[in-house]
Design a protein around this ligand. Sequence first.
Ligand code: NAD
Length: 494
Amino acid sequence: MNCAPLYINGEFVETRERQNVLNPSTGKVIAQVFLASEKEIDLAVESARKAFDKGAWRGFSLKERKAVILRIAEGILNKAEELARIETESTGKPIKETTFMDVPSAAKTFEHAANNLENYLINETLAPAQEAGAVLLREPVGVVSLIIPWNYPLLIASWKLASALAAGNTVILKPSSITPLTAFELGKIIHEAGMPPGVVNIINASGAKSGQILCCDKRIDMVSFTGSLEVGKEILRYTSSSVKKLLLELGGKSASLVFADVDIETAVNSSLCSVFLNQGQMCTAMSRILVQEKIYDQFVASFVSKAKAIKLGLSDNHETQMGPLVTDSQRKKIIAYLEKAKTEGARILCGGKIPQDAELKNGYFFEPTVIGNVKPHMHIFKEEVFGPVAIVGSFSDSKEAVELANSSDFGLAACIWSKDLGLAEEVAKKINAGTIWINTYGMFYDQLPYGGFKQSGFGKELGRDGLLEYTRLKNIIIDHSNEGKPLVNYWYGF
Ligand code: NAD
């Protein structure tokens, strides 16, 4: 069976231990990946450190950096079909999503970072006073650990790698060991693009084993983490031990506010997509759909009937609209949430079960589920379920809509559906979330920063701000006083 090697210091490394990767549609082993022991994790850190301090990468001009990163984008496009297939087989995401979203978006992110790094990495020359000049230098931070989750393995790896590399850093990438395959494919593409050895290192290891070294070790300057709130808190503790720069992109419990003046079918169709895409395993899933009272019944009737019609199927089938959850344990977690919600008084309006079709029986499928009668104090209203589960509720006016949207510890994203753009913008300003979509959902643009507020984390991915996260600003002050004698020269009267 094919076993993917690690990528350390420009070499493909095999280790003693192997780990299976499953296809969530069938529960079958599709590949193996070598597991890094402490020795390989240490080698990866050391190689990134050396490549930053002594390697050729620091000497690359911005133009040369741009050229390598553009070749990575090209490499992704050349292997687009294969990458989409591997991502689908290992995550369970329908092939339509990986083909038309994940893979082309990953290539575009590298392209954008490459084409804009010269515009974004601007050094400034200032004259703060008559006797002084200053240069503000945008430098790479150094060695960055990139730790990513299983729900968008290729895309999130690309977001982080593109910005970190465009800014001139060296990195250790650790994909989730549930879905590591496309990260290692990306490693091959990066190698073929001519990246100097040690600039990109990719390891496969459990978080428990690698977390401490990737987040505490003094050879590492920054950690960029995307994942759950629980692990995010652990990472905060780790990085505090050696005071590292940290970018945290955590979970969400986002609200979609549907006002009564909308075209109901547009809002229903779009809301289905906003919560059920990728089986609801999206950090920005609009898992709380709040509808203005006047259209609540009509909206919910249509939403439930269309949710029931979503076509579950094997993820490699182009007709499939919803694939399996990523693991059986993720499915069990969702079932436990639903049981708790029922005991708290919520009502399942559709779904809530494992489908019985013979074709799906070995995979981790779960029906698209809509829950009503949910109150803000319930667990299901507050916590991230991370599956195909939508809560529907109502609001009377925009004040109540904002209060409900903000009654969450998270602050990742929100949607507003209304023909009244003035009202929608006013509401958007009052919502505590980092990204607000008005009359659309899920549109990410490489030019625009993305990142959460509150317990959804801090820092930005994408755009100029996302790239600048991976830089540090150095201030060089130069004295220009008369005859080279600065004020401090006279201080002691000598
Ligand atoms: P997770 O937190 O369990 O794991 C994320 C990564 O952290 C994995 O690579 C894992 O191996 C690693 N990890 C686990 N324990 C660790 C430790 N102690 N130290 C260091 N690393 C450790 O998350 P997940 O289940 O893979 O992904 C789902 C979560 O990710 C959801 O909460 C989702 O909202 C969040 N997410 C957020 C965004 C965003 O942009 N805000 C995007 C995608 C996913």
